[in-house]
Design a protein around this ligand. Structure first.
Ligand code: C6P
Length: 406
């Protein structure tokens, strides 16, 4: 049994009120709240370690560098990556995908090559590929999904061909909660000679990720969806690919030598880390990973599954409610529409009741198009949520319905 009061006490923001009501925070897929250990790690960094990394010979700089590099090792362990050098710090998932598309894509794609992405991708795993396709003449093709929100694996198999150069797949869909069969997809893509980039933005806080077992080529995530700070995330890349990829941004730290006659690039991971990074955020990411490891991802997943099961039962009994995304084994996300009521109205009224959910297209417009809806209301769960909060959500939804239906 989880000690919920103790877990909730770790998150100072959960004690605040919104519109004079206790906050019920169910927008965790957008960003999770931060435990004291993460807030403390940022504070400690600025109060005790602040200096620039990889540059100074003075003690502060060396200690800050050590703390930042210790975080890189934590990310390696989180993903079970083979080498710390293959973990590139980025601003988050979006920047990590742009890094791969701009660096690997520009160097490798040619007219007629194909990139496959699923129909349930976040815009971050669509638009960077559209941009590089425009530039190189490659073609972006969506892999269809069915009514439940499950990827059509037969269509995927039939779309893979020697023209396929890369497959982009979201591990867990932010709009539907679907967990995609990434291992199987990677095996099939590799058999065709294609690389696979997995968007783990919504996965790392719910599932144990093992990039070696998955055998993926690139895996990306953002710290802020894993109880960590905003503005930091990571790319794992296969060493043999990263070594051959050109830098995508130039500046300090990414070089070993600069002459006006030409520059030489630094070794991994620094080749891809131009400029002073979000050092405090990087350091605090380790605190977030430690926090998650101390509770255990299995424990977190089991608790969230309980909440999702209960919320799904209540949703199914709620008049006029349609769940969007019912893939077997989905995690942590309840997306829905209410007959005759726009999701934005739902979100606004819920907010007045203290319940924070996200409404809109969730940066997954093709998913909305697939279901022929403009938007959904989305409740998403984290370790600190409770059954009582699910009840508060449905009580507030009853108010919404009364307001609209009288
Ligand atoms: N999804 C949501 O409310 P960044 O912004 O780079 O940290 O993450 C982008 C991103 C990429 N892929 C997936 C699957 C995501 O869910 C997100 C962020 C948030 O669903 C904000 S749109």
């Amino acid at each position: 049994m989880l000690d919920m009061p103790a877990i909730r006490a770790e998150f100072p923001i959960l004690t605040r009120q919104v519109h004079d009501r206790p906050l019920v925070y169910l927008d965790n897929a957008a960003t999770t709240q931060k435990p004291k250990v993460v807030i403390q790690a940022e504070k400690h960094y600025y109060e005790y370690l602040n200096s620039n990394i990889h540059r100074g010979v003075h003690q502060l700089s060396q200690q800050a560098t050590d703390a930042y590099e210790a975080s890189r090792e934590s990310v390696r362990a989180l993903l079970n990556a083979p080498r710390t050098e293959d973990i590139i710090f980025t601003r988050g998932t979006t920047e990590a995908i742009n890094l791969v598309s701009q660096s690997w894509g520009r160097a490798n794609l040619k007219p007629g090559d194909e990139i496959l992405v699923t129909h349930m991708e976040h815009h971050s795993n669509i638009v960077p590929w559209q941009m590089i396709c425009e530039e190189t003449g490659a073609i972006l093709r969506p892999i269809p999904i069915d009514e439940m929100g499950v990827l059509d694996m037969e269509a995927y198999a039939s779309m893979l061909s020697p023209k396929t150069k890369l497959v982009g797949v979201v591990h867990v869909s932010n709009a539907l909660g679907t967990v995609n069969p990434v291992k199987e997809m990677i095996e099939q893509a590799h058999a065709m000679g294609a690389l696979v980039l997995v968007d783990g933005a919504q996965a790392v806080s719910h599932l144990t990720v093992d990039v070696r077992a998955l055998d993926c080529d690139f895996y990306v995530f953002s710290a802020h969806k894993l109880y960590g700070p905003t503005g930091v995330g990571a790319l794992y890349g296969r060493q043999s690919l990263l070594e051959l990829m050109p830098p995508w941004q130039g500046g300090g730290d990414m070089i070993s030598l600069v002459r006006f006659s030409g520059s030489k690039w630094n070794h991994l991971p620094y080749k891809f880390e131009a400029g002073t990074p979000n050092i405090a955020g990087g350091v605090a990411l380790k605190a977030a990973i430690d926090y998650v490891n101390n509770i255990g991802l299995d424990t977190i997943a089991a608790h969230e599954a309980l909440l999702l099961d209960y919320a799904t039962q209540r949703a199914k009994a709620f008049p006029g409610l349609r769940i969007i995304g019912e893939a077997p084994g989905k995690v942590s996300i309840l997306s829905f529409v209410l007959e005759g009521i726009h999701p934005h109205d739902i979100g606004t009224i819920l907010d007045m009741e203290g319940v924070a959910i996200r409404t809109g297209h969730h940066c997954a417009m093709p998913v909305m198009e697939r279901y022929k809806i403009p938007a959904t209301a989305r409740a998403s769960f984290a370790i600190y949520n409770t059954i009582e909060e699910v009840d508060a959500l449905f009580l507030a939804l009853e108010r919404v319905q009364k307001m609209f239906r009288g």
